[in-house]
Write a protein that binds this ligand. Structure first.
Ligand SMILES: C[S@@+](CC[C@H](N)C(=O)[O-])C[C@H]1O[C@@H](n2cnc3c(N)ncnc32)[C@H](O)[C@@H]1O
Length: 306
C-alpha cells in the first residue's frame, strides 16, 4: 500500500501550524510502542475498556445474536477483539482493517490459529479513506471500533467516519464503539505524559520513520514531546517541539524551525456519554445500550441505525 507518508509530511510541515495526520505514527516500531503504552500503569484507558468489555460482553452477545461478521477498523494487536469474539455466539468472519500491516498480519494469523472456525481476513487500508467491507454481506455485521480511536479524529471527521461505520453495518447491523469520557487533567497527564517516556518515544518515532523511509534529516534528539490538555476543545494534544533553531531536509525540501516551534502530531478527543451520543446522532446512529464503568473511566456504546 502506498500510504502517502512523504506527501503528507511535506504538506504538513509546509502549513501553519505544522500538523501531520496521526495515522503515520503507526509504522512497525510505532505499533509496538503503542502496545507498550497500553501496558503502562498510568494508561487507564486500555485496562478500563478491557474490564468493561468483560463485564458487558455477555449482554452484547445476547443483543447482537449469532453468526456475525465482525469488522474492526484500527484493530492493532486485537487484544480486545479476543474478549469480544470469545463472548459472541459462533462468529462467522472477522475483518481487521488497519494501516499497521505487519501488526495485523501477525495478530490475524495468531487469532486464526486460535479460532480455526473463524474466517480471518486482514485488510491493510486507511479507514478515513475507505472501508473495504462488502455491503452485500449475508451475515449480520458488527463493526467494532474500540480504543477510543474515534477520539483521534476532529469531530466533523469523526461524524463522517461513524456514518461510514453505520453504512458498513447495514440496516440490520450493529456498531460498538469504545470511547474515553475522562476530562480530568491530572489523570490525563498521567496517561499521556508517562514518566517512562514511552509516549515521547512513540511521538518521536515519527521523525525516525521519516529519516528511514524518506531520507529526511531530522535529529530526533533536537525535538521533545509536549502533551497539552485543551479544555475548551475537550482534547489531549501532542506536539513535537523543536529544542533549537534548526533546518531539516525532507524529500528535496528544507524546513526551518525556530526554538520552541511545534509540529502537531495527535489529538485525543474525550467524550462524556451525552457528547458522544450527539456525535453519533449526527452520523445517523442511536444508542441501543451504553455501558460506563463505576469510576467513569471508559464507555462502550452499542449503536444502531436511527
Ligand atoms: C489507538 S490505537 C487502538 C488499537 C486497538 N484497537 C486498541 O483498542 O488497543 C489505533 C489503531 O488504529 C490504527 N489506525 C490509526 N489511524 C488509522 C487509519 N486512518 N486507518 C487505518 N488504521 C488506522 C493504528 O495503526 C492502531 O492500530
Amino acid at each position: 500500500m502506498s500510504d502517502g507518508f512523504g506527501r503528507a509530511l511535506v504538506a504538513g510541515l509546509a502549513r501553519r501550524p505544522r500538523r501531520i495526520p496521526c495515522r503515520y505514527l503507526y509504522d512497525e516500531a510505532g505499533s509496538l510502542l503503542f502496545e507498550r503504552i497500553t501496558r503502562l500503569d498510568g494508561y487507564y484507558l486500555a485496562r478500563a475498556e478491557r474490564a468493561l468489555l468483560r463485564q458487558a460482553s455477555g449482554r452484547i452477545a445476547a443483543m447482537v445474536g449469532p453468526g456475525l461478521r465482525v469488522v474492526e477498523p484500527g484493530a492493532g494487536a486485537m487484544v480486545k477483539t479476543r474478549l469480544l469474539l470469545a463472548a459472541l455466539d459462533r462468529p462467522h468472519a472477522y475483518v481487521p482493517i488497519d494501516v499497521a500491516g505487519p501488526m495485523i498480519t501477525a495478530a490475524g494469523r495468531a487469532l486464526a490459529a486460535e479460532m480455526p472456525e473463524l474466517a480471518v481476513t486482514p485488510v491493510v487500508a486507511d479507514f478515513t479513506r475507505r472501508l473495504p467491507v462488502p455491503t452485500d454481506s449475508r451475515e449480520p455485521v458488527l463493526v467494532f471500533f474500540p480504543g477510543s480511536t474515534i477520539g483521534n479524529l476532529a469531530p466533523p471527521a469523526a461524524v463522517r467516519l461513524l456514518a461510514r461505520l453505520r453504512a458498513a453495518a447495514g440496516a440490520g447491523g450493529w456498531v460498538l464503539v469504545g470511547v474515553d469520557p475522562v476530562r480530568d487533567p491530572v489523570r490525563l497527564k498521567a496517561a499521556y505524559d508517562d514518566p517512562e517516556g514511552v509516549t515521547a518515544a512513540f511521538m518521536l518515532n515519527l521523525l525516525v520513520r521519516a529519516n528511514r523511509e524518506l531520507g529526511a534529516t531530522f535529529d530526533p534528539g533536537a525535538f521533545r514531546h509536549r502533551m497539552r490538555w485543551n479544555a475548551e476543545a475537550g482534547r489531549v494534544e501532542h506536539f513535537l517541539i523543536s529544542r533549537r533553531r534548526q533546518s531539516v531536509g525532507v524529500a528535496g525540501r528544507r524546513f526551518h524551525f525556530r526554538p520552541g516551534e511545534a509540529i502537531h502530531a495527535e489529538d485525543c478527543h474525550k467524550y462524556p456519554p451525552a457528547a458522544f451520543h450527539g456525535l453519533a446522532a449526527r452520523a445517523g446512529l442511536a444508542p441501543a445500550t451504553t455501558w460506563l464503568d463505576a469510576q467513569e473511566l471508559f464507555s462502550l456504546h452499542l449503536l444502531r441505525q436511527v
